[in-house]
Design a protein around this ligand. Sequence first.
Ligand code: HEC
Ligand code: HEC
Length: 199
Amino acid sequence: MKSTLLFAIGLASVAVVAGSIACSDPIPDRFVERQGDEVPGYPVGEFHRPGQACLACHVENGSADSVFSVGGTIFSGPQTLVGVEGAEVQMTDSVGTTFIARTNCVGNFFVKPDEWLPRFPILVRVKKGITAVQMKSPIGRDGSCASCHQAREQTLAETRSSMPHIQLFGGEEPTGAAATDGGVCPVDAAIPVPTAVVP
Ligand code: HEC
Ligand code: HEC
């Protein structure tokens, strides 16, 4: 009898643990909501949700099936949100392994764990042609650049006073049209201002 009761208690606590894993945590849910909706004209896939925190969804048990270890969007300058194609995102992790991701024509990049599974913290530098910008401090554990670098149009003054989106050139891309490196981009590299709900 006693052992049956203990067994029942055991089962109940297993159920509680299982339940807490299955039900998603309210904080990440809010974080996912804050990313806003899919932007019309940006089909689900590598070009979608530019400027958003990719790993809000692309994590184990997240709302996307595919998991990324790092992901984000590189823009050209502060005042408009124009993605930079073909930028190298050069990363080094805490044990010295390195990985270079390249941005697509909307400025998005993402790293799958089978390509590179960094041991955080990581250092990051972004480069295209002769222009490079380096993040001086290491990224502690968040693989989404946009968790800190929120994408929104900013005046130059705002860029100086608050955390800007990642911008390689501090203005227009020197070669002119930031978009396509001569190719055809299936989406507009100048993304609309995100409609994400600010907390
Ligand atoms: C709000 C949730 C959410 C955010 C934020 C998000 N995605 Fe996704 N993404 C999805 C879902 C859902 C799919 C559908 C396919 C899947 O489940 O993997 C998807 C699909 C993709 C795919 C295709 C994957 C495949 O294997 O076919 C890529 C690539 C991708 N997203 C890149 C990104 C990048 C880069 C970012 C950030 C700039 C981003 N996503 C932000 C939810 C999201
Ligand atoms: C935890 C917050 C955080 C995350 C996540 C983060 N950054 Fe940063 N980033 C910062 C801060 C703070 C600075 C300014 C201080 C510095 O350079 O360390 C910065 C600066 C930068 C700069 C230099 C900007 C300039 O013009 O000097 C670049 C480039 C950059 N980050 C790229 C990235 C990329 C790419 C990612 C994603 C792989 C990323 N960051 C993720 C917080 C973050």
